[in-house]
Design a protein around this ligand. Structure first.
Ligand code: MTE
Length: 319
């Protein structure tokens, strides 16, 4: 297979170093908050401040909000292949060995094959993205992911022009993922994106978090992160990537189509039958007595980067 030279070598720009230093200093309480030193978050800042900061860091990196403590992000999980409880995956996935790992690339693509993960992602521009992560269960976190923008990989694989969607599949191996012995989900877990969503700058493939390789419970060795959508779109432990001309059937939509759609864009105006989506609980954050929850933002606060993808669509119908 020939890779196009779109994927650069691993580079860390001065900008990124500046950003990270700021965010870590802030988290360590070493920077004053507000005013001059506020970060790039669009919800916290006037546009003029944002423009002034544009030169300094990628605007979608959430630097104003406190990063969720690693202990919460790695012990409060949804990973049904291991457990149905939040603390189950961190307790039960310890023996899972995600190496070696292969990924099957198939469907409407010029380079179908089974690839060693390292070869597949070699040369993809590695970076850190600090994103809000919002679950449909109305909790959220802010997580520093390590990995690369999904579009780098897609360009490398060269889908055919007929490809309109990309589908992802999690490993199916009940010996290694014991809860797959129960019929919780029609295994393997599946998810998908429309091609223009997948090519959006924000769609991310994570191979690490908090500067370390991805823990098993968070989807080692590689997972999707789609920050403007509910967390169930962010499929873990991916073993197959399929390019297709038909909208894939994602697992949660397959199980409960009245509750979970294909698009799953974070939308405070469309409630899930069991959870109001108007507000959310930030895991690990100190809740004040009078305001224990925070308001949910359309597209999880990433509207300026993604709202155009849904122009003219009724987002109540395509939920
Ligand atoms: N991927 C697989 N394969 N299996 C799962 O059960 N759960 C999803 C998503 N990806 C899930 C998955 C849901 S519902 C959420 S909210 C996120 O993973 C949780 O990611 P986290 O545990 O890293 O917070």
């Amino acid at each position: 297979m020939k890779f196009r030279p779109d994927c650069h070598q691993n580079e860390v720009t001065d900008e990124q170093i500046a950003c990270h230093r700021r965010s870590f200093l802030k988290n360590a309480g070493l920077l004053a908050t507000g005013g001059v030193l506020a970060g790039c978050d669009s919800r916290a800042q006037p546009a003029s401040d944002k423009a002034a900061k544009g030169a300094e860091c990628a605007p979608y990196n959430v630097l104003c909000e406190d990063i969720t403590a690693e202990k919460y992000a790695t012990s409060y999980n949804n990973f049904y292949e291991f457990s149905l409880t939040k603390d189950g995956p961190s307790r039960l996935a310890g023996d899972f060995n995600p190496h070696p790992w292969t990924v099957r690339v198939e469907g409407l693509v010029e380079s179908p094959a089974v690839y060693d993960l390292e070869k597949l992602i070699a040369g993809c521009h590695q970076e850190e993205r600090i994103y809000r992560f919002r679950c449909v269960e109305a909790w959220s976190m802010v997580i520093p992911w390590n990995g690369f923008a999904l579009h780098h990989l897609i360009k490398k694989l060269r889908p055919l022009s007929a490809a309109r969607f990309v589908e992802f599949e999690t490993l199916y191996d009940p010996k290694r993922m014991p809860n797959q012995n129960r019929q919780v989900i029609p295994w393997p877990y599946r998810e998908g994106l429309r091609m223009d969503e997948a090519m959006n700058e924000l769609a991310f493939m994570a191979t690490g978090m908090y500067g370390k390789p991805l823990p098993n419970q968070n989807g080692a060795p590689i997972r999707l992160v789609v920050p403007w959508k509910y967390g169930f779109k962010s499929i873990k432990s991916i073993v197959a990537i399929r390019f297709t001309d038909k909208q894939p059937l994602n697992s949660w939509h397959q199980i409960a189509p009245q509750e979970y759609g294909f698009y799953a864009n974070v939308n405070p105006e469309v409630d899930h039958p069991r959870w109001s989506q108007a507000s959310e609980r930030r895991i690990g954050a100190k809740a004040s007595l009078f305001n224990p929850r925070i308001k949910t933002l359309p597209f999880n606060g990433y509207g300026e980067y993604v709202a155009h993808l849904y122009k003219g669509m009724d987002l109540r119908k395509f939920f």
